[in-house]
Structures are given as C-alpha cells and as structure tokens.
Design a protein around this ligand. Structure first.
Ligand SMILES: Cc1ncc(COP(=O)(O)O)c(C=O)c1O
Length: 380
C-alpha cells in the first residue's frame, strides 16, 4: 500500500519540545504564567483585549453562556450542522437548543435563518464558523442589537480567519463572544485547550473564576501575591482551567499560525485544481483570501450526491487516505432526536453528502494528487 495520508496531523517542532521541557523542569505545570502569556499573545493576534483560556472549546462555550447568565428557561439557536459539543455546551447549562438549518452553499447558519426562530425566550445565537468559513457577523450583530441577544461564535475551526475585515475573535462588539479550540487536529494545536475572547471584560473576568470552581483566585495568583487571602467560591463554577504544560505546546503554534494557514491555502488551491471536473463531485466556493475575508481552512470539504459518499470514504480509507465526515446532523444523534424538525432539510442532506478530505500543513501537492486520483477512480 502507498504511504498513508492522515486526515489531520499536528505539526510540532523543536520549539514546542523545548518549551514543554523547560516547563516540566520549572515544575510549574498547572495554570500559571504561560497561560497568561498565551492569553496576551492570542489577544494581540486576533485584536481582542480580553481573553480567557480554558480546557477546551466545549468549556469555552458552556462558560460563556454561564458568564452571560444564560441557563434554565432560555433558548439558544444553533445550527443543526455542527459537532455535538456545540449543543452539549448549551444543554449543560440547562438552556434549550433550537436548531436552525444551514445554507447549502456554505454550511453556515445565516442571520435570516436564526431570525425566523427567535422567540421571547431566545437569549443567544451560537453560529458556527464551520470548516473555518467566516460568518456574516455584521448581520448577526445587527440582529443581536435589534432583538437584545448575545452572539456566541463557535469558532472551534476558525482561529486565523478574517470576517468583515477583522480577525475572527476580534473584540468588535459588546454582545459578541468568540470561542476557539486547540484540540490536537485544529489549526492551532495543543493537548486540548480552548479560549474565549470578548469585548466586555466582565465576561472574561467571570470566566476566569468559573473555569476554576467559581473561586476568587487561582493557584498562580495565590503564589504570586504571597500575602494570604482566603480563596472563596463566589459562583457555581466548573473545573475547566487550562495549564502551562498545554500553553507550552500552544505558544510556539501561535507563532507559526500564519505559516500554517498559508500552507492550508496552498493545499486547498491544489485540491480545487486537481478535483475540478471530477464527475459527481461538487466543490464548495471559497472567497479568495483578502483583508476583508479569510477562510481559516480547518476542513476542506466536498459533496457527493447520489448516495455514494460512504462508499467513497470506505474506498479512500482502504487506500490509506483518511477521509472523514463532519458531522452527523445534531438531530441524527439518538440523544438529540427530539430536536428534529421538518425544516432542517439542508442539514439532513449535508450530513449524507459532505465529506472532509485530509488537510494539515504537513501535506504537499503530491498528497493532494494522490487523493484526487483515488476519488476520480472511485467515482469514475
Ligand atoms: C464545531 C465545533 N465546536 C466545538 C468543538 C469542541 O472543541 P473541543 O474539543 O476543544 O472541546 C469542536 C471540536 O471538534 C467542533 O468541531
């Protein structure tokens, strides 16, 4: 068999190895100065003054809702085409999820689709910049102002992207909160991790406490301040803090993010070229990268109509090519069957037709050619 092509593989170098070793030798591996340094540097990179790093994007979403006072009795609108974590975060707070269908051309929830589902109980919209594709944030923020709502962007796929001329995560509006993931296969990898960026410092201040049991100080703060102060719970928090050991992996990754994105853009252009004209395959349009819009290209997805998607994935995997499905629609999970509605047809269709092809900055054009040949052979 030819060389396997892994679906998503983090790229680590000596920088990560060196900082992880230095952190281990320091013995301060829990939440501490490297988490703070990462929060500062991520904020500078995405134009956000207020950043709180947490243990995962799932935690970032849940803690954002809690910090905004959203829980039992509230409704949150989220797309039906997303990872189950988006909805798990909503439901863990006691709030109810209302699913919106996605636009078939982008797989995104649109402000119009969300608008139709707003009720007197809606407190927030949780759109997902799916695959790394920028959302119509201007449209969402206008709707948020008009209907007194928060926008919590699930940007698990989108660190490095640009929407409306500003980096995804920019502190551009007091009603906007953005949540990132640093899961190992994401654009910026660590051994798990997430972050919240916000315009309103009250949100990230609350998250700093909620991420550590609702306490009024963390271990690093107590160590640094020296003077004794009692550490007391001021809210029902979670155990969702991040650690210096994880930040030691993520800090060098943040420095390399631009290079990783450029590599992803090159690979996506290669896919576009080599897959053009393959029968039965539909490619998604992407705006060319510019200062106004930049797709973060976490996923390169294609559509195969006619019920042939799963056979294609099986064939690619048999050839050592790690194709994957992102995702079953939320209401296709047995636990969320009760959220199904008749007007989620585009999410139903995407869940059966869309697949994601291998994409990580360690790949080169030769890999793309092999994937494209295997697809053409299987569908031809
Ligand atoms: C759209 C989306 N949201 C949230 C998450 C959860 O991220 P994490 O694994 O960092 O909790 C993921 C993870 O893949 C995701 O794809």
């Amino acid at each position: 068999m030819s060389e396997p092509i892994i679906f998503g593989q983090p790229q680590f170098g000596e920088e990560e190895v060196e900082l992880v070793s230095r952190t281990l030798r320091s013995t301060w591996i829990g939440q501490g100065p490297l988490v703070e340094e990462f929060e500062r540097k991520l904020g500078a990179a995405v134009w956000a003054d207020h950043v709180a790093a947490v243990g995962s994007c799932t935690a970032a979403l849940e803690l954002s809702l809690l910090a905004l006072g959203i829980g039992a009795g509230a409704e949150v609108i989220a797309p039906a085409m997303t990872f189950v974590a988006t909805v798990n975060a909503i439901e863990s707070t006691g709030a109810s999820t209302v699913l919106a269908d996605v636009d078939p051309a982008t797989l995104l929830m649109t402000p119009d689709a969300a608008r139709r589902l707003i009720t007197g109980r809606t407190r927030a919209l949780m759109p997902v910049s799916f695959a790394g594709r920028p959302l119509d944030l201007t449209g969402f923020l206008e709707l948020a102002d008009e209907r007194d709502l928060y926008i919590i962007e699930d940007a698990a796929h989108s660190v490095g992207g640009v929407a409306d001329g500003q980096p995804i995560g920019a502190g551009r509006h007091p009603r906007l909160v953005t949540c990132f993931s640093f899961y190992p296969n994401k654009n910026l990898a660590s051994a798990e991790g997430g972050a919240v960026t916000a315009t309103d410092p009250a949100v990230t201040d609350r998250i700093r406490s909620l991420r550590l049991h609702g306490l009024n100080a963390d271990a690093w703060g107590r160590y640094r301040d020296r003077a004794y102060k009692p550490t007391l719970a001021t809210a029902l928090g979670r155990k969702a803090n991040w650690t210096d050991l994880q930040a030691a992996v993520a800090l060098p990754q943040l420095a390399k993010l631009e290079g990783f994105l450029a590599a992803r853009e090159h690979l996506a252009e290669c896919y576009d070229r080599h897959l053009a004209g393959v029968p039965k395959l539909e490619l998604f349009d992407r705006p060319p990268p510019s200062v106004r819009q930049r797709h973060a290209l976490h996923l390169y997805q294609v559509r195969v109509a006619g019920g042939e998607r799963d056979a294609l994935i099986a064939k690619l995997r048999a050839d050592g090519i790690g194709a994957a499905v992102h995702y079953p629609a939320i209401h296709h999970h047995p636990f969320y069957e009760h959220l199904a509605r008749d007007d989620l047809g585009e999410s139903d269709r995407a869940a059966l037709e869309v697949l994601s092809l291998p994409m990580h900055p360690g790949m080169v054009e030769r890999h793309i050619v092999r994937v494209a040949e295997a697809i053409a052979q299987s569908l031809g």
